[in-house]
Design a protein around this ligand. Structure first.
Ligand code: SF4
Length: 322
C-alpha cells in the first residue's frame, strides 16, 4: 500500500501498476510538506456539449439584437451561467407562466419539449426559437416510432426532468420511467417492450437496467440512447481522475449529467469533491495535494472552471506563505 497517499487514494493507485510506481517515486509526506510544486489542470474535455453551446449562442444572438428573450426552464443546469444570461436580458419562465404568455418570443432549450408546448405556442401567438438538441430530437422520433408500433416504452431517466417529459409526451404520457434496476423488478411487463434512456444517464446503469429487463421479457428492443458527448467523456474522465491527487468537479446541483460524471470521478478517485462554484471550495481539500484536476459536466462553463482553478492556486499560494 502507498503509505504516502492521503487516506482513500490507494484504490485509484491500485488500478494501474505503472502509476503506482511513478507515484511512489515522487512520494512525499503529504501531511507535512509545504507544497511548492502543485499542478492544477483543467480537463479540456469538460465543459459545454455542442447542444448547450448551440442553445446559448441562439439566446445570445437574440439578446444582442433585441435585449429580451423568454426561456422555458433553465437554459442550462448551471445557475452561474443562467445568471450571466439573465444579466443580458434572458427571462426564465416556468410552464405556468408560459401558458399565460401571449405574443412573445420563447427559446426552447436543448432538452426539447413535448408536443403540447408547440400547441400552446401556436394558440398563444408565441414565436419559438427552437434550440432543441438534434440528438434529443432524434431520440424523440425513435420513441414516437416505437410507440406507434404498439410497443411498451420504458425510459431510464429522472422523473420530471425536462428531456424525460419531452419523451413521455411522444407517447401520450404512457411511457414508464425507471430510475434503477430495482424499479425494473417492480414492473409487470407483457408484450413487446422498447427500452430507451435519457441522453445524460450513466452507461453502466443503462446496461444494468437492460440486463434486469431481459429477465422479465423475451421481446425487448434495446436502444442505447446515451449521448456520445456524455458516454465518451466517461473513459477520459476516469483517466483524468486517476492521474490527480484531488479532483474538484464543478457542476450545477440540478444537472443529471453532472451527477453521473461526478460518480465516475468518485469511483476512480475517492478524493473527488463536487462544488457549484469557487466559493464552495474548502481549502483543506487541496492545500497539501501535489496535483489537482478540475473538471465538470456538459453544462459547466469553462469560465467557471477557470475561476475554480484560480481559487485553488490562491489557496496553495497562501499555504506556502504560511
Ligand atoms: S448532452 Fe448530448 S443530447 Fe444532451 S444537449 Fe448535449 S449534445 Fe445534446
Amino acid at each position: 500500500m502507498n503509505e504516502c497517499a492521503p487516506e482513500g487514494l490507494y484504490i485509484s493507485y491500485s488500478r494501474n501498476y505503472k502509476q503506482i510506481k511513478a507515484r511512489r517515486a515522487a512520494c512525499v509526506d503529504l501531511n507535512t510538506k509545504k507544497n511548492t510544486n502543485m499542478q492544477v489542470e483543467i480537463d479540456q474535455n469538460s465543459g459545454f456539449c455542442f447542444g448547450v453551446v448551440y442553445a446559448i449562442e441562439m439566446a445570445e444572438d437574440h439578446l444582442k439584437a433585441h435585449g429580451e428573450l423568454y426561456c422555458l426552464g433553465d437554459i442550462v443546469h448551471n445557475d452561474k451561467e443562467v445568471e450571466r444570461l439573465e444579466r443580458m436580458g434572458l427571462k426564465i419562465i416556468d410552464y405556468e407562466a408560459f401558458r399565460q404568455l401571449r405574443d412573445a418570443t420563447v427559446l426552447i432549450r436543448a432538452h426539447g419539449e413535448p408536443p403540447e408546448t408547440y400547441r400552446i405556442a401556436l394558440e398563444n401567438n408565441i414565436q419559438l426559437i427552437d434550440a432543441s438538441c438534434p440528438v434529443v430530437l432524434k431520440l424523440q422520433n425513435r420513441v414516437r416510432s416505437a410507440y406507434d408500433e404498439d410497443r411498451q416504452i420504458v425510459i431510464l431517466g429522472k422523473h420530471g426532468h425536462a428531456e424525460v417529459n419531452g419523451l413521455i409526451g411522444q407517447t401520450q404520457h404512457e411511457a414508464i420511467v425507471v430510475t434503477s434496476e430495482e424499479d425494473v423488478e417492480k414492473l409487470d411487463l407483457s408484450g413487446p417492450v422498447s427500452l430507451f434512456s435519457q441522453t445524460t444517464k450513466s452507461t453502466q446503469l443503462l446496461y444494468r437496467v437492460k440486463e434486469q429487463m431481459e429477465k422479465k421479457t423475451d421481446d425487448l428492443k434495446f436502444n442505447d440512447t446515451i449521448c456520445r458527448q456524455v458516454s465518451n467523456r466517461e473513459p477520459e474522465l476516469r483517466k483524468f481522475s486517476a492521474r490527480h491527487d484531488v479532483i474538484i468537479f464543478v457542476s450545477g446541483k440540478k444537472s443529471s449529467n453532472g451527477k453521473a460524471l461526478y460518480g465516475t470521478c468518485k469511483a476512480v478517485n475517492p478524493q473527488s469533491y463536487f462544488i457549484s462554484g469557487p466559493e464552495e471550495l474548502q481549502p483543506e481539500w487541496v492545500r497539501r495535494a501535489e496535483s489537482v484536476g478540475i473538471c465538470g459536466a456538459t453544462s459547466t462553463p469553462m469560465w467557471l472552471m477557470e475561476q475554480v482553478a484560480q481559487k485553488v492556486q490562491q489557496v496553495q499560494a497562501e499555504a506556502v506563505k504560511n
